[in-house]
Ligand binder design. Sequence first.
Ligand code: FAD
Length: 482
Amino acid sequence: MALNGHLTFEKNEHAAKDFGNIYHFMPSVVLHPKSVSDISSTIKYIFEMGTSSELTVAARGHGHSLAGQAQAYQGVVINMESLREPEMSFHTGELSYVDVSAGELWINILHESLKRGLAPKSWTDYLHLTVGGTLSNAGISGQAFRHGPQINNVYQLQVVTGKGDVVTCSEELNTDLFYGVLGGLGQFGIITRARIALEPAPRMVKWIRALYSDFSIFSNDQERLISSEKSFDYIEGFVIINRTRLLTSWRSSFNPKYPLQASQFSSEGRILYCLEVAKYFNPDDSDLINQNIDTLLSELNYIQSTLFLSEVSYVDFLDRVHVSEIKLREKGLWEVPHPWINLLIPRSRIHEFAQEVFGNILADTSNGPVLIYPVNKSSWRNRTSMVTPDEDVFYLVAFLSSAIPSTTGKDALEYILTRNKRILRYCERSRLGVKQYLAHYSTQEEWKAHFGTHWEVFSRRKSTYDPLAILAPGQSIFQKAK
Ligand code: FAD
């Protein structure tokens, strides 16, 4: 088989590792493709061996999965970041977009787009992830209430199926494959190219945080904000458990609007909820934007003394998690196990969830940030493979825990995993209608329950596009045909 790129049979440990740092499956070989035909001929070769071969293939984006999803035990891992074609190519006009290789990092797309005064519309909180990796899940952040997730903001894909065929798909062309691949957990094909929607980029961001001690007041305000046309451009929030010195730790980047009152505010170990919002602007519009923000804030019911403001460039705002990454790396705390769980919770059940989980199960520590914000599903594409709760508004609640290796007690991996199970068991027992995002299950029965009525379409698409179940074995949904 002639390749433009190359294969490595040794020193492939990185391909058996991911951000979760809990599961490690060694592949037999890693393909570093230089062209789409490297990917299609590799898959075709394996497909044509049929059931006589046990080889599976996993595309590896930036390897920021949590539970081995981009790994392939004794199989082939495709290092998507080495695929550099096509070069990023921009189209401006009524519909602006950029064509990119699916192995491209979102941070690079941001920098290149900004040179043309443009930017993608919908993001993840962290940008050092590949296009193929986030489009295989959804790509949800504080812009999703307005623009939908990243899978909403793609016009066209090029995909290599599990038979090795190279197919271009969109809303008009090969529609079933297009929707299948979006949120499809890598099951139906390897995305090699994507056409991403762009909009004019702002230069600056007013970034605002305010605290609440009452969950109902907090969530009412969040829901009001996501349902209004004239709202902020980004809406998220997080839970603060048992932190007494929080206000001082914010001082470096946020300024209190009312310094004296803020210095007197004490959280006293209470659970607090922090609304986090942002408004984009260009320096010429600063006065107008300030008025606009004052009006929006005047309709909210946060604790008045806890309003904090910051003004940063658009890039610094979007790339904010990278700043934490650098600090954590310096302390050796980035490459630790990350037993994260991400839940999508119907709006009608969020109050009971908050009461039990924040008030009882988490009790005194969360081992990392707990994000919580509502999104409005009405503007989301509903034919993709992604499954969500059955209500129009649901909350994303992300428990972003870090475990400290070689410790016991509340920072230990086992402790956090047990607590995660308690949260999931509670959701199941109380029939909250929760769906996991970036889920990890080990049996097909669990996946069937996850997909519910969508399972039939999902498994039909699998037999159409990857009939031997060669692709993305790390998701543990289908077994390679023997
Ligand atoms: P990988 O981990 O390499 O791959 C993920 C899955 O997609 C695997 O199954 C893999 O086989 C498959 N895959 C990879 N590339 C392709 C391709 N080209 N074609 C087909 N399948 C492919 N997610 C959000 O939605 N919102 C967030 O705000 C967010 N923040 C995050 C912050 C951090 C610090 C981290 C570590 C993750 C975050 N995530 C977030 C999760 C992230 O979107 C997913 O883990 C994503 O899969 C990571 O992209 P990756 O390039 O590392 O993918």
